[in-house]
Design a protein around this ligand. Structure first.
Ligand SMILES: [Fe+2]
Length: 207
């Protein structure tokens, strides 16, 4: 695919917006159609602007466009991963649970750490990501205060949006209730599928 084509497309929700437990159709639809879709639309606009830069374009304009490009691209990626890991019954299992138990001394201990990381971002903005680091193949739980503080060289396995637009409409400032609802809707089969694919990438990366 051509770089800077400005042809990124909005991916539809992979579940019925009314089907989640404790996260309203209005909230999910607004989040998808406004926040996520705007990021994709803006990414396309920024790419077209970047495609048009010339030797006479002021460097600060290029710098600002590159900043926005990374913000919107990561927002697109993270939102697609977020919606993609919702729509399930929240029942953790499979290979990723075993790996989390090994890495954190119990998968419940990992969940506690992930939840507390989310609470740390409550009232503000950001993401919590369970990631598979390609270098060495370790599981990491990372927080980003915006769309750009990602762990370099890693595969996102489970992604939780902590921007207020993810919960304000349903829960006000009651962040713990949103995190409960998030975990009740996680599609662990999707997380396991990402883990399997990530392990193959990590194996190749470290070979
Ligand atoms: Fe969001």
């Amino acid at each position: 695919m051509k770089a800077l084509a400005g042809a990124n497309e909005v991916v539809p929700l992979p579940f019925r917006a009314s089907s989640l437990h404790g996260l309203s159709e209005r909230l999910i639809t607004s989040h998808h159609d406004n926040n996520y879709a705007s990021a994709v639309k803006n990414l396309n606009l920024v790419e077209r602007q970047l495609a048009g830069i010339e030797a006479t374009t002021p460097p600060f304009v290029v710098a600002a466009l590159r900043d926005r490009e990374l913000t919107f691209r990561n927002s697109k990626t993270l939102h697609e991963a977020y919606f993609g890991n919702l729509g399930g019954d929240g029942k953790r299992g499979g290979k990723v649970e075993t790996a989390l138990a090994d890495a954190y001394g119990g998968s419940a201990r990992w969940e506690e750490q992930f939840r507390m990381t989310g609470l740390g971002l409550g009232g503000g903005s950001g993401w919590v990501v369970l990631a598979l680091e390609l270098e060495g193949g370790a599981l990491r739980t990372v927080a980003s205060g915006n769309h750009t503080q990602s762990l370099e060289s890693s595969v996102p396995l489970l992604v939780m949006d902590m921007y207020e637009h993810s919960y304000q409409m349903d829960f006000g400032a009651a962040v713990p209730r949103y995190i409960d609802a998030f975990f009740a809707n996680v599609r662990w089969d999707e997380v396991n599928a990402r883990f399997e694919r990530g392990l193959r990438v990590a194996a190749a990366w470290n070979s």
